[in-house]
Design a protein around this ligand. Structure first.
Ligand SMILES: [Zn+2]
Length: 233
């Protein structure tokens, strides 16, 4: 199959409009470089969710933009369209992610509606920070006698100025344990951690993403060569 013919009926991926076509819901916790914020954990460490995720860039800018995230189909024992693309091309990364539900205490303005004092989000801890997080959890557990570790723990999080620093921040300073049940500050449903159900495998989106990546690769290659030539696919 020639995926690079100029006659192929594919639209060139937009340089910015197509950037984040596969933004995961629920929304992920992210910080700007050179900022701090406070968060409250809703998941205990042992109850957090482990996912195999594809992260990929649809812009081809060379910058590490991985705003597109999809759960790998191999999580449910299916053959995965994005893994198939990845076998042939070096596109995106596959990451083992540990997900925690959190309350982000930065004020948040929904598109339709009044400003809220907080936002329930998902904190995606990369594998490289696992040692740090398990250590934080163990320290919290030592201070408590109810079997919990991170749930209810409030942290001040700092992200350094470097653009390439982790989007979830790098320094987690423990502040206190906050009692969550019966709190009037938060809606009851916002204190319930997300479950596996929210991160299910979506075959349709995986196939769409695989197709989009192959098309992106085709155009990136043409821009480079100024000419089309067949690439084994
Ligand atoms: Zn996969």
């Amino acid at each position: 199959m020639n995926v690079r013919g100029r006659d192929a009926e594919v639209e060139k991926p937009k340089s910015n409009g197509g950037k984040f076509r596969f933004q995961p819901r629920p929304w992920r916790f992210r910080m700007k470089p050179d900022s701090t914020c406070k968060i409250i954990f809703l998941h205990n460490y042992d109850d957090s969710l482990l996912l195999r995720e594809h992260k990929f860039d649809l812009v081809g800018s060379g910058a590490p933009i991985y705003g597109n995230i999809l759960t790998c189909a191999e999580m449910v024992g299916e053959s995965c369209p994005l893994c198939e693309v990845k076998k042939r091309h070096d596109l995106g990364v596959i990451q083992l992610s540990r997900l925690f539900s959190i309350i982000d205490l930065r004020p948040y303005k929904p598109k339709n509606g009044p400003e809220k004092k907080y936002q329930k989000l998902v904190l995606c801890q990369p594998d490289t920070m696992d040692r740090q997080f398990s250590h934080l959890a163990a320290k919290c557990a030592d201070q408590r006698s109810n079997g919990s570790d991170l749930r209810g723990a409030v942290f001040e999080v700092d992200r350094p100025a470097e653009q390439r620093s982790s989007a979830i921040g790098t320094m987690y300073d423990f502040i206190k344990i906050q009692k969550l049940s019966g709190s009037k500050n938060y809606a009851d449903e916002d204190l319930i951690p997300y479950t596996d159900d929210e991160f299910g495998v979506n075959m349709e989106l995986l196939e769409d993403a695989a197709q989009t990546l192959v098309e992106k690769l085709k155009y990136a290659q043409e821009d480079e060569d100024g000419d089309a030539e067949e690439v084994p696919y």
